[in-house]
Ligand binder design. Structure first.
Ligand code: FES
Length: 113
């Protein structure tokens, strides 16, 4: 039986919203579970509208899961959940925000017009 509960405070919405909006999710986890595992579980079990980006899941290869975790840029797929505090998840700073944790990361010349 799981004795750990993660509390994730996640930035929601788009850049059009005047004030940043956060939503808190709680979910049980086993030691070793990553932030990306938790975000995928939240999408499956609590809120399918949560926007996240990833490809390789846990190989630290695609670099698409980069987000700000407690203010530090890190990979969601390699950062482990903690149960001793609320973890704040935000999109990459300095990149155009698309929605929730997803920012525009493609080089400008590769974007569709
Ligand atoms: S999901 Fe590919 S580096 Fe994290």
């Amino acid at each position: 039986m799981t004795k750990h509960t993660a509390r994730l405070r996640v930035r929601r919405g788009t850049a059009d919203e005047p004030q940043p909006r956060y939503e808190e999710f709680a979910l049980p986890f086993e030691p070793g579970t990553t932030v990306l595992d938790a975000l995928i579980a939240i999408r499956r079990q609590q809120d399918p509208s949560l926007a996240i980006r990833y490809s390789c899941i846990n190989a630290n290869v695609c670099k698409e899961c980069l987000i700000a975790i407690d203010g530090v840029i890190d990979y969601a797929c390699t950062t482990r959940l903690r149960d001793d505090k609320v973890m704040t998840l935000e999109p990459l700073p300095g990149k155009p925000l698309l929605r929730d944790l997803v920012t525009e990361i493609r080089p400008p010349r590769e974007r569709l017009k």
